[in-house]
Ligand binder design. Structure first.
Ligand SMILES: [Zn+2]
Ligand SMILES: [Zn+2]
Length: 99
């Protein structure tokens, strides 16, 4: 087993979204498909308000997305039924071409 990956680096290809509680995963956050009534972000735009550290949509936007069927309720027992989501960077190894 080689722990060091000499000569190999990772590049971020894109981000997916996953729930920390139940492990559900999305290519992009389902809540973004609805407009936010809280900060007036349009569909497709992230919430203008961001948590100081990290990731978040307004709760009402989540609830609206759930009501419209874009977002399922979380299987894990979160306090409000919302998925506890965070962004995951999908990376690919970059081979250094040493010619
Ligand atoms: Zn918002
Ligand atoms: Zn979940």
């Amino acid at each position: 087993m080689r722990e060091k990956r000499a000569g190999q680096r990772s590049a971020v290809l894109f981000h997916t979204v996953a729930c920390k509680a139940c492990g559900a995963e999305w290519m992009s956050d389902p809540a973004i498909r609805v407009a936010c009534s809280e900060c007036e972000a349009e569909a497709g735009q992230p919430c203008r308000w961001q948590r100081p550290h990290g990731y978040g949509f307004h709760m009402r936007r989540d609830l609206l997305a759930m009501r419209e069927g874009h977002l399922s309720a979380c299987d894990a027992l979160t306090w409000d039924g919302r998925h506890s989501r965070h962004a995951i960077a999908v990376t690919a190894p970059v081979q250094l071409a040493l010619l």
